[in-house]
Design a protein around this ligand. Structure first.
Ligand code: ISL
Ligand code: CA
Length: 561
């Protein structure tokens, strides 16, 4: 294996050689829904500290923590009011320090969520900025005069309505790609960039190992902010993510901050095409290390509508993303997070009779791809989507905002069907720890109801069972750690057109077989392949034919003749 090209550019603070984040398995925690220790129905940082042995036993190397900062929670923490303060509901800075110390003691690194495309409208910067047109903080945000009695352009917010809100006091509109309580920061202003660099140093100096960067492609705005065309309005993120100065800002961030520490940086590439994402993570460009891309998790979403997906298309996307990363990039492998439905419900089969096998197969896909795997809390258990009955069951401003946009032309039943399938709250219901009240998440009233299937799907029950999803995921993480083929080997799909079996080589010595359906498949391997036997999992092997029962997977040791 040639020396990793990235090592040639090892950042100042990092040890020479292969970056640690290439071999890591990441576990995302959405703190609000992880574990509540003070009975207020909201997860908190002591709850994470209480579960560090659970995470250590699972074998994860890095925790990505969704925002823990002071926030009015208009968007559950993605609207930050004070970047240097812990949200009161989550605890204190002492609780954060104790959590980080507990992770460090177990060899687990922490990356935190950098949300700097926008702040909360309650942030001191914005409170000042809106006071008057000549306030020193005015240019921390994006203010424009209205046009023809309305907003400055036709930008639409992702959480419904125009992306501009009129501030009566100063008579101008301010830009917000998301909620009106999330005003976009003006990255053209060098003071804003210095403030961000400063807050990054604050957390890096406390010992965090990097950042996941929220909608980072959006920080560079289109010059002149022209109207969107009708076509662009269907998916404005592709315009918002194509500003001219994104790479300048990222290189400056690396130059001023990141290059001085040993960090992992993951850009949420909402709105970037695979080739644009590649530029953001090409190690020679010294910008970011990894991207969270949307090509797969949103392959069957058209705006608010859920469409359909097919396995050959999914496989083509994996191959496209693997090739797009090229020799100087590195991918992430994930199938869910706090913004997307549960992976076993979205890509697997969450029928009670199949959910366990299906979740193991889906997790095997995530953990055997080329790139850094990201597991989302509960995925190690095969947690499923929630049975939402009405729109009132949702807590997500995105669901409410999109409904306001479409209610005049779409039936509530149709909208509810789509929200039930793809709504973000599916992944935000509380972690299912036990079969007790509220799944062991809280002794109080949970902020979002616990899935009624917690009695059947919970960590306590699975920790005792050797054939559970938890046991499978734990064993596979350990297997991956010991396999250079899985951690570094090339990726090659050997049967892109098969509509039920996903079969791919990893490196020289492994073949991964996944049955993405209920029917048993007798799968014939090419004669050129010598099967040495199962390396992980089991399967009936007769000559070149492998029998895969419904929703099962196996990793075979193979070699070419
Ligand atoms: O696709 C979306 C926009 O409609 C949302 O799922 C999501 O807003 C998008 O993927 C960007 O996500 C990030 O930024 C948002 C926040 O709500 C998400 O939780 C965060 O992951 C604004 O900060
Ligand atoms: Ca709590």
């Amino acid at each position: 294996m040639s020396a990793d090209p990235a090592s040639a550019e090892t950042p100042a603070g990092a040890p020479a050689g292969r970056p640690w984040w290439k071999d890591a398995v990441v576990y995302q925690i959405y703190p609000r829904s992880f574990l509540d220790t003070n009975g207020d129905g909201v997860g908190d940082l002591p709850g994470i500290t209480a579960k560090l042995d659970y995470l250590k036993a699972l074998g994860v190397d890095v925790v990505w923590l969704s925002p823990h900062f002071d926030s009015p929670n208009a968007d559950n923490g993605y609207d930050i009011r004070d970047y240097r303060k812990v949200m009161a509901q989550f605890g204190t800075m002492a609780d954060f320090d104790a959590m980080l110390a507990g992770m460090t003691a177990r060899g687990i690194r922490l990356i935190i969520d950098l949300v700097v495309n926008h702040s909360s409208d309650e942030h001191a910067w914005f409170v000042e900025s809106r006071k008057s047109r000549d306030n020193p903080y005015r240019d921390y945000y994006i203010w424009r005069d209205g046009k023809d009695g309305g907003p400055p352009n036709n930008y639409h917010a992702f959480f419904g309505g125009p992306a501009w809100t009129l501030d009566e006091g100063s008579g101008q509109y301010y830009l917000h790609y998301f909620a009106a309580k999330q005003p976009d920061l003006n990255w053209e202003n060098p003071k804003v960039r210095e403030e961000v660099h400063d807050l990054m140093r604050f957390w890096l100096d406390k010992g965090v190992s990097g950042f996941r960067m929220d909608v980072i492609p959006f920080i560079s705005k289109q010059p002149g902010l022209p109207d969107l065309t009708a076509e662009e309005r269907r998916a404005p993120q592709f315009v918002y993510a194509a500003g001219p100065k994104l790479h300048d800002y990222l290189r400056e961030m690396r130059q001023e901050v990141l290059g001085r520490y040993d960090t992992m940086t993951v850009g949420e590439a909402f709105g970037l095409r695979p080739d644009q994402a590649r530029d953001m993570i090409d190690s020679r460009r010294r910008e970011l290390d990894l991207v969270i891309n949307f090509d797969i998790v949103r392959m069957d979403i058209d705006g608010w509508r859920k469409t359909t997906w097919a396995l050959p298309r999914l496989k083509a996307l994996y191959t496209q993303l693997d090739q797009a990363a090229g020799p100087f990039g590195w991918n992430t492998a994930f199938l869910s997070n706090h913004d997307n439905p549960r992976s076993v419900s979205h890509f697997g089969d969450d029928d009670p009779g199949w959910v366990e096998r299906s979740a193991k197969t889906v997790n095997t896909l995530i953990l055997t791809q080329r790139g850094t795997p990201f597991l989302y809390q509960g995925e190690e258990l095969g947690m499923t989507n929630y049975p939402f009955q009405t729109l009132d069951d949702f807590d997500d401003l995105e669901v409410a905002g999109r409904w306001r946009d479409v209610k005049h032309r779409v039936s509530e039943e149709e909208y509810l069907t789509n929200a039930r399938a793809m709504g973000r709250d599916n992944a935000r219901t509380p972690m299912q720890w036990t079969d007790g009240p509220n799944g062991g998440f809280t002794t109080g009233k949970p902020w979002l109801p616990v899935n009624p299937n917690a009695a059947a799907i919970n960590a306590q029950e699975q920790a005792k069972r050797p054939d559970s999803v938890l046991a499978h995921t734990r064993a596979l993480i350990a297997f991956r750690r010991g396999s250079i083929d899985l951690r570094e080997g090339d990726y090659r799909d050997i049967d892109p057109d098969h509509d039920q079996v996903f079969a791919y080589r990893r490196g020289e010595g492994l073949l991964v077989l996944l049955n993405f359906g209920r029917e048993t498949v007798r799968y014939a391997l090419p004669d050129s392949l010598v099967i040495e036997g199962p390396a992980f999992g089991t399967a009936e092997i007769d000559g070149q034919t492998v029998t895969l029962a419904g929703w099962t997977s196996v990793i075979l040791a193979v070699r070419d003749t």
